[in-house]
Design a binder for this molecule. Structure first.
Ligand SMILES: Nc1ncnc2c1ncn2[C@@H]1O[C@H](COP(=O)(O)OP(=O)(O)O)[C@@H](O)[C@H]1O
Ligand SMILES: CC(C)(COP(=O)(O)O)[C@@H](O)C(=O)NCCC(=O)O
Length: 319
């Protein structure tokens, strides 16, 4: 892990090669089938049942320990203050990482594994793309080339959402984004009703906000998290995954005349590849370097992916 080398004596992380990490699964049962994993994974993400066994079952076991510990702390605090009426609030897991690194697949696989724990917790998943500003505003503010950068999100709405969830509110709404129209979907929301666990996924979830100057208290999104995960890989690999996915989309989703990228399905292969490389270099790579990688060392757990999207090393923050 380039900037987080295990030779660093005072690193706050413990490092495990994937084979060693896999052993922490212990007796955690495999509750997913090959078919289910295939349905959960995103386009061009080859994660399979072997990867679930190697990486995800140990994560599920670790998260189960964290959830249990937070429930115990909750009961102890209730006893400490001698109150009974306080409602339990959701355990929130943040998942961060570059565009095209595979956050959605990880989030969906984890959601299914956690929901199949013996206690059958209610697990919800929300992505931050719904909190992007509408294209109309991005265009007006000259931010279309900054989609995914901190200034392209409605940070107030993100904070209101997480604060509503963490304070135990019922029916908290999150806006939805469409990759087809490349825009937020006006009037479309997902409603989150007091889950036991919320997985909150997006490139920006570990980013600090602006510090207030007027004495107001403005939390960071991560202040609401009980556990955070960063998905990491070499830039060059992520670029390859981004362009490969773009070329697949060109043959599938972009063919739809309603797709924002429809015009790219009409281009020659080399012209389309040049567009994908341009989008990667000018927007997503810049954002990765300036605003995403710098948040990596704030995560509790880092999954470092190698060739073929397979996790090759796991770093876990020491308590
Ligand atoms: N232009 C697009 N058209 C359709 N689906 C897309 C497009 N871009 C990304 N996606 C899908 O959206 C999801 C999120 O992708 P992305 O934001 O790059 O994050 P990640 O790859 O880390 O999950 C993935 O499932 C991906 O396949
Ligand atoms: C919507 C995104 C910012 C990703 O957000 P995420 O869901 O990963 O938080 C990204 O898919 C995007 O649109 N990037 C801008 C450049 C591009 O078209 O790839």
């Amino acid at each position: 892990m380039d900037q987080l080398a295990p030779t660093e004596k005072y690193s706050p992380y413990l490092f495990f090669p994937a084979a060693e990490w896999a052993k922490f699964r212990a007796d955690t049962p495999l509750t997913l089938t090959e078919d289910e994993v295939r349905r959960l994974r995103s386009l061009n993400d080859p994660v399979d049942l072997e990867e679930v066994k190697r990486i995800y079952l140990s994560m599920s076991r670790l998260l189960s320990a964290h959830v249990e510990a937070s429930q115990l702390l909750f009961r102890q605090r209730r006893a400490f203050f001698n109150v009974t009426e306080v409602a339990k609030t959701p355990f929130i897991i943040g998942i961060a990482g570059s565009v095209a690194v595979g956050k959605s697949t990880t989030a969906r696989v984890l959601k299914e594994l956690l929901a199949r724990w013996p206690s059958s917790p209610k697990v919800d998943l929300v992505t931050t793309d719904g909190f992007l500003l509408p294209n109309e505003i991005l265009r007006r503010e000259n931010l279309m080339d900054r989609k995914g950068f901190p200034e392209s999100y409605d940070v107030g709405a993100l904070l209101r959402f997480l604060s509503g969830i963490k304070s135990g509110q019922r029916d908290v709404r999150a806006p939805l984004y469409s990759h087809l129209t490349y825009d937020v979907m006006p009037g479309q929301f997902v409603t989150v009703d007091r889950p036991d666990i919320l997985i909150f996924e997006g490139i920006n979830v570990l980013q600090p906000g602006k510090l207030p100057k007027d004495g107001k208290i403005v939390p960071f999104l991560s202040d609401f998290f009980d556990f955070s995960i960063y998905i990491d890989a070499d830039e060059k690999r992520i670029r390859d995954w981004y362009t490969a996915r773009f070329m697949r989309l060109r043959e599938t989703a972009f063919r739809n005349p309603e797709s924002f990228f429809h015009r790219y399905s009409q281009l020659s292969e080399s012209a389309a590849r040049a567009i994908a490389e341009g989008l990667w270099t000018n927007i997503n790579l810049k954002n990765l370097r300036d605003n995403i990688v710098p948040t990596r060392a704030r995560a509790d757990l880092i999954l470092r992916k190698g060739a073929n999207h397979l996790v090759e090393e796991v770093a876990l923050r020491k308590l």
